[in-house]
Design a protein around this ligand. Structure first.
Ligand code: 5AD
Ligand code: SF4
Length: 460
């Protein structure tokens, strides 16, 4: 492989090189991939959807569970073959691995996968174009030190054309990293400690999004409601203040934020749900377990009763709020009784949607070192029961919307003529029987039917 790279450096850079980006994992990875694509376009790389055409293949990886991480190596095996085929045609194909697997297992990737030219962790994406240039000169680049400089300050501004093409709903990362150290989770190690982007930077980026036609902005962070910064007069601000501020920005019609920790749902943020018409009535608030014993072992720093009280407080100010959560089955030491407590919590809260997983021991986390690991078959059995309950709640929620008149943000044409697809306030896609409705318009529609993962509606 070194030979291939060495042969190619003598060739002049083609004007239009193509990059194929494959994204795994969370919405923050989606945002990061977009920013990397924007940065690479400044170095002459156009995006392609066909991996076979690509001069550069970038995999943005996820390390949250073992399955997600293992995908990287099978993907790299396929890329090795492709790279060899391209080399036989005298063409270059560089391979980059970004994201949390790169951060956590950089040296291991370098050892196991000689096909990889660049390994780059999430805090150093502003160095990607330079890393690619160095790799083109034959260097094997591993950038996994936590950057001392702020990556957002050095990443190029968002690209207007690309933002336009991505549609009317956009992500805006406001915070990265996590200091919570839940004992099952790799994020504090792969993404590092909490860093909040300053207000001025966020306002500037939000304006650029609006200028490119964006109407709905989802604020992102591993621990988004831990965002903190300063207001225009230097006063201490939290996420609630930021939402009030952004909701005054002309052009932004809808705001969302994800993912939150129950400990950081402060008064201001709850009040934002009461006061801000633009803040959508949907909240993703993971609880992970309903057993106090397990919550303690997970280092979640709240009890089941505290979580339920918090939900009641939020519902008191915003009764139509739909809740979503994350759950883990089979954390070390979880007994049948602990699991029953989780089911009870789900019954009490009532979720509109949820994500649930079998516990996956992650190297380097305290959970992996704990005693009493739960057999896979038990984790799976509990997951099945939990998901059945959540599915019943999700279906009930969706059916409760039938007959309601709701505001829908029109996003794109539907699969069939005379159809448009939009987004309900609760994130669920809505298929509307309406042709020629302007993309970006917010229309009033009556829900006529609930499908498994979408709603149907007619113009009201
Ligand atoms: N095993 C299973 N699920 C996990 N999550 C995080 N770490 C693990 C793990 N080791 C889940 C949590 C978190 C979501 C993003 O992924 O539920 O909220
Ligand atoms: Fe992981 Fe817990 Fe931080 Fe969420 S709050 S990113 S689960 S450590």
């Amino acid at each position: 492989m070194d030979q291939i790279v060495a042969d190619k450096i003598s060739q002049p850079l083609a004007n239009t090189k193509k990059v194929f980006v494959k994204t795994y994992g969370c919405q923050m990875n989606v945002y990061d991939s977009q920013r990397m694509t924007d940065a690479l376009s400044e170095s002459g790389y156009q995006s392609t959807d066909t991996v076979e055409d690509a001069d550069l293949v970038l995999i943005n990886t996820c390390h949250i569970r073992e399955k997600a991480a293992e995908k990287v190596y099978s993907q790299l095996g396929r890329l090795r073959k492709l790279k060899e085929e391209r080399a036989l045609q005298g063409k270059e194909m560089m391979v980059g691995v970004a994201g949390c697997v790169a951060q956590a297992e950089g040296a291991e990737i370098a050892r196991r996968a000689p096909v990889v030219d660049v390994i780059i962790g999430p805090t150093t994406y502003h160095r990607l174009p330079d890393a690619i240039a160095r790799a083109r000169n034959g260097e094997r680049v591993i950038e996994t030190d936590y950057a001392v400089e702020d990556k957002f300050e050095y990443l190029p501004q968002i690209n207007r054309e690309k933002t336009l093409a991505r549609g009317v709903s956009a992500f805006l990362t406001v915070q990265e990293g996590c200091d919570k150290f839940c004992t099952f989770c790799v994020v504090p190690y792969t993404r590092g400690s909490e860093v909040s982007r300053p207000l001025a930077q966020l306002v500037e980026e939000a304006k650029k999004l609006v200028d490119a036609g964006v109407r709905e902005v989802t604020l992102l962070g591993q621990n988004v409601n831990a965002w903190h910064g300063h207001g225009p007069k230097g006063e201490a601000w939290g996420l609630g203040d930021l939402l009030y501020h952004l909701s005054d920005m002309p052009g932004i019609e809808r705001l969302r934020y994800t993912t939150s920790h129950p400990r950081d749902m402060d008064e201001m943020l709850i009040n934002a749900h009461r006061d801000l018409r633009k803040l959508m009535p949907y909240l993703h608030l993971p609880v992970q377990s309903g057993s106090d014993r397990i919550l303690k072992a997970m280092n979640r720093r709240h009890t089941a009763v505290e979580y339920i009280a918090l939900i009641e407080k939020i519902r008191a100010v915003r009764p139509d709020i739909a809740l979503s959560g994350d759950f883990i089955t089979g954390f070390p030491g979880e007994t049948d009784a602990d699991f029953e407590d989780t089911l009870k919590l789900i019954e009490t809260v009532g979720y509109a949607s949820a994500f649930s997983f079998k516990y996956s021991a992650r190297p380097g986390t305290p959970g992996a070192e704990m005693k009493d690991h739960v057999p896979e078959s038990v984790k799976a059995e509990r997951l099945e029961r939990l998901q059945a309950l959540l599915m019943t709640q999700q279906t009930a929620f969706q059916h409760s919307l039938v007959g309601q008149t709701v505001e829908v943000l029109v996003e794109k044409p539907g699969r069939f003529d005379n159809q448009m697809v939009g987004r309900s306030p609760w994130l669920l896609p809505v298929i509307i029987d309406a042709k020629d409705t302007r993309i970006g318009a917010i229309i009033t529609a009556r829900i006529t039917k609930a499908g498994s993962n979408s709603l149907h509606a007619e113009i009201a």
